[in-house]
Ligand binder design. Structure first.
Ligand SMILES: [Zn+2]
Length: 100
């Protein structure tokens, strides 16, 4: 069973966690791309390619108000954008901070 890892750089979620495909609405999806900040993997791809390749973002990056239960899983609202556990924005200041 092929399952992709979460597309958020450095995400440590386990394999069993719910993951969500990029939304059909490209305007919303472009916001996902901006906040997850993973140009190293996704930067060269068109939006359709990202969806066709089934890149996903896991539940760790959404709040409880971003989705509703559906069957055995979860249905993400179409307007939901990842907001938790995201990489810091790229700035010169952040680039000099070492992890501790
Ligand atoms: Zn994740």
């Amino acid at each position: 069973m092929a399952s992709r890892k979460c597309a958020v750089p450095g995400c440590t979620s386990r394999d069993g966690i719910s993951k969500f495909m990029f939304p059909a609405n490209e305007t919303i999806g472009r916001e996902w791309l901006r906040v997850i900040n993973n140009d190293a993997v996704l930067g060269g791809l068109g939006y359709d390619e990202i969806r066709e390749a089934r890149y996903k973002v896991c539940l760790y990056h959404f709040t409880k108000t971003d989705w509703i239960p559906k069957g055995n899983g979860r249905q993400l609202f179409e307007w939901a954008i990842p907001s938790l556990n995201l990489p810091p924005p790229r700035t010169a200041e952040n680039a000099t901070v070492a992890g501790n």
